[in-house]
Write a protein of this length. Structure first.
Length: 255
């Protein structure tokens, strides 16, 4: 190739590259600096516990902000710091609208405190005071803690949250033994003797300490066996004994 052709080829490359950069700069300037993509509407969906005004404020998204400059990861980090919000997703609608879809936390249990009941999730977040238990489908738990109404929206103390994790382990073993749905209440207020209530079976079972030497699966094996053996009877099952030396005891009585 002659020097003249090489020179012409180089000039074309420079011209085309320059034109590309000019066009790219013009597009980016239009996208990021023109008012066309300035946010004019923010919509919040699926929020029941947190009002839309709070969601918009805490999201950090502002009207007039450029649609393409909103980072979903930053918005998620801000909103998920709120107690009732589990996750969020953003939907950008060109040219100037944005939607925030909220995934709120759901209650997992009712916790009994004195004579009151509060709904909580498995991370210890207190949702609300529950006045009527008539249609309740949540399992009731009892911990060594007192809850006041001004704690709604806050989390339980760490010592109580750790007990919730123990309760979840117990329920998992109960489920593997096919009796999880029979458990209506778990009292973990005494570390040395966790007590479960099986209302439909008219029975209470003392499990003993969570950290004793007997595997939970062994205790639930015997619990299931006693439920079948003493079907139709009301009473207390004592599993808080040394099962390597003693038999499981059932005491028939009204509960």
């Amino acid at each position: 190739m002659s020097k003249k052709r090489k020179r012409l080829r180089m000039i074309k490359i420079i011209v085309y590259s320059t034109l590309f950069l000019i066009i790219l700069s013009a597009i980016l300037s239009f996208v990021f600096f023109s008012g066309v993509f300035a946010i004019k509407d923010i919509t919040v969906l699926n929020n029941n516990k947190v009002d839309s005004e709070t969601v918009i404020k805490e999201s950090g998204i502002k009207l007039g902000e450029n649609l393409f400059l909103v980072k979903e990861s930053k918005v998620r980090e801000s909103l998920c710091s709120l107690p009732y919000i589990e996750n969020i997703s953003l939907k950008k609608v060109i040219p100037n609208r944005i939607g925030i879809t909220i995934e709120e936390r759901s209650p997992s249990y009712l916790i009994k405190s004195n004579d009151n009941y509060y709904s909580i999730d498995n991370n210890g977040l207190i949702f609300e005071k529950v006045e009527n238990l008539e249609n309740n489908t949540l399992q009731i738990i009892v911990l060594s803690t007192n809850i006041e109404e001004d704690q709604i929206g806050q989390k339980l103390e760490e010592k109580d949250i750790s007990k919730i994790k123990i309760i979840e382990d117990i329920l998992m073993v109960a489920e593997s033994n096919g009796i999880q749905s029979l458990i209506t209440k778990i009292d973990a207020s005494n570390d040395q003797d966790i007590v479960i209530e099986l209302l439909s079976e008219s029975k209470i079972a003392h499990l003993g300490s969570y950290n004793d030497d007997v595997n939970l699966n062994v205790k639930f094996f015997w619990l299931k066996a006693m439920l079948e053996q003493e079907k139709g009877k009301s009473g207390i099952i004592y599993l808080n004994v040394d099962l390597s030396k003693n038999k499981v005891v059932f005491s028939e009585q009204n509960i």
